[in-house]
Ligand binder design. Structure first.
Ligand code: PLP
Length: 396
């Protein structure tokens, strides 16, 4: 059998492969401390779960409008506007089975063969995969260590812009670095988008996972609502990763085409799950607050413990649930590359994580080495035990 040539350009999300490896190790009777996947070991708020059951009982089990039920489109537009200061309407929303589908569908709607797309690297690996799968040219921009957090490389964005650049993928509150733009930096990116007539995919998966200060969206800046598509997801804020519920929010012309792709792909997002989404947005928020509080405590503990390991340096980010410690000295001392180190730590200590290598092809000139630890799926007692084991391994 000869499969289509385009499949050679389809990438994957390698965190799932690390997860499978860790699960296989656990299935052999080993203890595993999971820091590899951005999933949560916390429950979806009870009122949201009950809303789904009620919707099933009320017969919300058939097809529904391709772009989402009007109640959810309205609630999501209102929620996005309240948190971001934008003025979207229900027509600006296309409900999707998760946040991820917005990436590929937007690229399909916008990018012709040879068009260029700027994207963060290290970054969510699906960007690179979807750009190349759909015949775009993927142009990465990187990150540098600043004083208190990572900063994206604005010069790399400026230098990569050409008349063929169509789309800029921007993931403020970033996975994996947890980088966050300053107001000035966000304004400068918006200015570049306006000047070069770019569409911006603003991946706001972690907009609401914030422990201090306030999240801001590039969509709220002058002239940006009409050229920004927000990737919204219920996955992280409401611990709903497996429910598959999210949305694309943006200009009508693009949103209507994304909805037409829904007609072609999944017809609609699961009907009763959408009613759970209405409850998540409009009902009692105490469940989401508790989730955030738990994540904040885990962050504090994990950052302190990582920084107490000799040779490890870790920022304390205000948002997302990822840590991206610099381990250059440790790897050098051990004489190990990323994969040797990751596997040795898993097999010797049970601690499982991703490395920089899981977030895109390394950029020329990169010298520093990083791990990515997600603390969303592991409790405080296990964080403590895991990072003590990691310290012992590093000290050996
Ligand atoms: N964007 C980023 C940056 C992510 O980290 C993730 C998931 O980890 C997604 C999008 C996709 O989220 P969802 O599970 O809602 O598809």
């Amino acid at each position: 059998m000869k499969l289509a040539e385009r499949l050679a350009r389809l990438g994957t999300e390698t965190a799932f492969a690390v997860s499978a490896e860790a699960n296989a190790w656990a299935a052999q009777g080993n203890r595993v401390f999971p820091f590899h996947l951005g999933d949560l070991n916390l429950k979806t708020p009870a009122n949201v779960v009950e809303a789904a059951f009620r919707a099933i009982e009320r017969g919300k089990t058939g097809y529904c409008p391709n772009g989402g039920i009007p109640e959810l489109r309205e609630a999501l537009a209102a929620d996005v506007n309240a948190a971001r200061g934008t003025a979207y309407t229900a027509d600006s929303v296309s409900i999707q089975p998760g946040g991820k589908p917005t990436i590929g569908k937007l690229i399909l709607a916008l990018v012709d063969p040879g068009d260029e797309v700027l994207y963060p690297n290290p970054g969510f690996p699906i960007y690179e995969s979807q750009i190349e799968f759909h015949d775009g040219r993927a142009l990465p921009y990187g990150f540098q260590e600043g004083d208190t957090n990572f900063q994206l490389d604005l010069d790399a964005i400026r230098e990569s812009l050409t008349p063929r650049t169509k789309l800029l993928i921007y993931n403020d509150l970033q996975n994996p670095t947890a980088a966050e733009s300053s107001d000035e930096e966000r304004e400068e990116i918006a200015e570049l988008a306006r000047r070069h007539d770019l569409v911006v995919l603003s991946d706001e998966a972690y907009f609401d996972i914030r422990f201090g200060g306030r999240s801001r969206s590039i969509a709220s800046l002058p002239g940006m609502q009409e050229r920004t598509v927000i990737l919204y997801t219920f996955s992280k804020k409401y611990a709903m990763t497996g429910w598959r519920l999210g949305g694309a929010v943006g200009p009508r012309q693009i949103i209507d085409m994304i909805t037409r792709m829904n007609v072609n792909d999944e017809s609609c997002t699961t009907h009763f799950v959408q009613w759970a989404g209405v409850e998540a947005l409009t009902g009692d928020q105490s469940g989401a607050k508790e989730i955030l509080q738990t994540l904040g405590q885990r962050r504090d503990l994990a950052v302190d413990l990582l920084n107490s390991i000799p040779g490890v340096r870790c920022f304390k980010p205000n948002a997302s649930f990822y840590l991206y410690p610099n381990v250059t000295d440790v790897l050098q001392r051990k004489g190990m590359d990323y994969e040797t180190f990751r596997r040795a730590v898993l097999h010797r200590t049970g601690v499982s994580f991703c490395t920089r290598a899981h977030f895109g092809r390394p950029l020329p000139g990169e010298t520093q080495k990083y791990l990515r630890l997600a603390y969303s799926g592991i409790g405080k007692a296990d964080i403590e035990e895991a990072l003590k084991r990691l310290e012992r391994f590093v000290q050996e």
